[in-house]
Design a protein around this ligand. Structure first.
Ligand SMILES: Cc1cc2nc3c(=O)[nH]c(=O)nc-3n(C[C@H](O)[C@H](O)[C@H](O)COP(=O)(O)OP(=O)(O)OC[C@H]3O[C@@H](n4cnc5c(N)ncnc54)[C@H](O)[C@@H]3O)c2cc1C
Ligand code: FES
Length: 274
């Protein structure tokens, strides 16, 4: 179990493996020096000695406490350094922080999950959790979009999901190549063909801000109530503890009150899609 101290003092974790998912995305398999627990959708701060830290949502199953995976897109200073890590090196983990997915509220329902780019990271953790208790849900549909086929991540996991009872996977890419046999276009086109019982369904959206915005608008147009659309929000963060104010979104501290919110909760807050 993560003790409370790991909110402030990083727990050491050894890099066991580095998986290249796409030209810009890598997954680190970490072995913490003691057990580390989190709920799916909560996030950690990954610390690199001498460089700084950055928030990431674990992409592994929350049911595993002896290993942790984080999937990192290269965007700047800290993430560039993370991409240079090699097996055997040691990083720090602070957390877990925030409020994750309220999975109990999904029991008995159909779940549609809309993801894009590196937004698949928290979604994969959620899917591992849902697979472990799959008899509690009617069905789970993943709609995932990326820019190109080579940027589609977690290919072995997607294959496994396609073979799992009650789970369906649909993918689209903005620009297909000749080997691509799935849809071409933005991820919202996948929602058009879905056969969902919206009255008994919830939606989860995670990805780049523009995808979150248009995904949410499409779900609203399809008839999903604002209270049944769950969004995982990303804001610049520092303390992770509701102290520094870096992550404020209107009246909310995203680090403490989120990062998972319903659309109903945040729809009137400023700049939610920035
Ligand atoms: C709760 C949470 C969970 C996240 N989970 C993941 C994850 O699983 N995988 C992943 O790859 N990324 C995730 N991110 C985003 C990740 O934290 C940022 O990409 C990272 O902090 C950038 O650090 P940097 O030093 O490399 O970039 P910087 O050099 O600081 O900045 C480079 C660019 O990235 C932008 N940026 C910086 N911080 C953020 C941020 N927090 N969100 C969005 N853009 C940012 C800057 O505006 C700038 O344009 C998450 C962010 C949050 C808040
Ligand atoms: S990150 Fe410091 S208040 Fe949220």
């Amino acid at each position: 179990m993560a003790d409370k101290a790991s909110l402030y003092r990083p727990l050491k974790a050894r890099v066991d493996k580095v998986i290249t998912e796409s030209p810009t995305i890598k997954t680190l398999v970490l072995i913490p020096e003691s057990e580390f627990s989190f709920k799916t959708g909560e996030f950690i701060e990954l610390t690199l000695n001498g460089y700084g830290e950055a928030p990431f949502t674990p992409s592994s199953s929350p049911l595993e406490t002896r290993r942790l995976e984080v999937t990192v897109m290269k965007t700047g200073y800290v993430t560039n350094k993370i991409h240079e890590l090699k097996p055997g090196e040691v990083v720090g983990i602070r957390g877990p922080f925030g409020r994750g997915y309220p999975i109990e509220k999904f029991y008995g329902k159909e779940i549609v999950i809309v993801g894009g780019g590196c937004g698949f990271a928290p979604i994969r953790s959620l899917l591992y959790n849902l697979i472990a208790i799959k008899e509690k849900f009617e069905k789970v549909i993943l709609c995932y979009g990326s820019k190109t086929p080579e940027e589609c991540i977690y290919k072995p996991f997607v294959d496994e999901l396609r073979r799992t009872e009650r789970f369906e996977v649909y993918r689209s890419v903005d620009r297909a190549d000749e080997g691509w046999t799935e849809k071409e276009g933005v991820v919202t086109i996948l929602l058009e063909d879905l056969k969902m019982n919206i009255k008994n369904s919830v939606a989860v959206v995670c990805g780049p801000p523009v995808m979150m915005k248009f995904g949410t608008l499409k779900l609203l147009e399809m008839g999903y109530p604002e209270s049944d659309i769950y969004l995982s929000m990303e804001k610049n963060m520092s303390c992770g503890l509701g102290k520094c104010g870096h992550c404020m979104m209107g009246k909310y501290y995203v680090c403490k009150d989120g990062p998972v919110f319903t659309y109903e909760e945040i729809k009137n807050e400023p700049d939610i899609w920035l």
